[in-house]
Design a protein around this ligand. Structure first.
Ligand SMILES: [Zn+2]
Length: 338
């Protein structure tokens, strides 16, 4: 049967970890006889209101490095969950989950879209106010990139599986962060926060700025550029905009930051321009040592995020005054307003 190495690695993790975690097939991505599972693996407490961290990858199949980084983080994390008593104690209070291959057939076939030609990251029923032309999403044809699907049709199986998997984990969580791993834009690794649909600030701007301050203070030499996604381009149908809007966290006194890691793939192309002659060359580090380096590059971020959700007092339990301070700093930094 056809499969992909990322799914084989997940399945061997499931076998070796046993009761250390919970695994679930959220759904199957199918095309004719081909059928590949979309897995979710969860560690830690099942208390619905516990703080949660989720790592997601493989939404865009062509950006395979996103799925590979997610599996690499899963592998390191599950080792810690196996032998590190401190991590085991942390997991009594928090939950960490992974959905590494949202679009497994896209990964197998090196396509951005799912097998029906739909760009999952344009597929949610969310309309942008001023979408970027073409790449902001369109409804013309699945033969063109950035196709959203037909209006009023249900979301694709893969989109629904991801959304359901994330909602199961974060719906009642007091403090949740998710990180969706992509590649393909710019020279630098970026951490994007909502919205994708509009350049207007999203409601949890103060919390977002507080998270950035925690990252800056803890790792002053980190290499991430933290910014709103819509500062680069505005798109229809972003799955995280949809999840954020559905969550309605603030109304219910719950905090949620959906982040996207956009790995700067132009660095890999700049160092090795002939990569561009391969379909996947513009989106992935193809040279061995660069690939290895990319797989271990985000371990520190994972560690920071775990510690952040386990220690809300350090950055998320903010007084009204602190929220206002962070909001005004954020307005100045990201939106050029004071
Ligand atoms: Zn992507």
């Amino acid at each position: 049967m056809s499969t992909i190495p990322e799914i084989q690695q997940i399945e061997s993790r499931i076998e070796t970890l046993g009761s250390l975690m919970r695994s679930e097939v959220l759904d199957y991505s199918q095309d004719g006889d081909l059928k590949l599972p979309i897995y979710k693996l969860s560690f830690g407490t099942t208390a619905p209101d516990a703080p949660v961290l989720g790592i997601v990858g493989g939404v865009h199949g062509l950006e395979r490095i996103g799925a590979q980084v997610t599996v690499a983080l899963l592998n390191s994390f599950s080792e810690l969950a196996r032998w590190d008593r401190q991590m085991q104690r942390t997991l009594q209070d928090v939950r960490v989950f992974f959905i590494p291959t949202v679009n497994p057939i896209g990964i197998l076939r090196k396509t951005r879209s799912n097998p029906r030609g739909i760009d999952l990251m344009r597929n949610a029923p969310v309309d942008a106010d001023k979408p970027a032309r073409w790449l902001g999403g369109h409804r013309y044809s699945p033969k063109l990139p950035w196709y959203r699907g037909k209006e009023n049709e249900p979301m694709e199986v893969e989109s629904q599986a991801m959304i359901r998997g994330v909602q199961q984990e974060i719906a009642e969580s007091s403090l949740a962060i998710t990180l969706d791993c992509h590649s393909g834009f710019g020279l630098q690794d970026r951490l994007w926060f909502p919205y994708a649909k509009t350049q207007k600030p999203f409601p949890e701007l103060g919390l977002m700025h507080s998270f950035k301050s925690l990252l800056d203070q803890t790792y002053p030499h980190h290499f991430y550029r933290v910014e709103p996604q819509a500062g680069t381009y505005t798109t229809h149908g972003d799955l995280w905009d949809y999840l954020y809007l559905q969550h309605e966290g603030l109304k219910r006194g719950k905090q949620y930051l959906p982040l996207c890691l956009e790995m700067g793939s132009w660095m890999w192309v700049k160092k090795h321009p002939s990569q561009l002659f391969r379909a996947d060359g513009a989106f992935n580090p193809l040279i061995g040592h660069r690939h290895q380096r990319t797989l271990r590059r985000h371990n520190t971020l994972l560690e920071l995020m775990i510690r952040a959700i386990a220690n809300p007092h350090a950055w998320a339990a903010l007084s009204q005054e602190q929220v206002q301070q962070h909001e005004s700093q954020a307005q100045e930094l990201w939106y050029g307003q004071i």
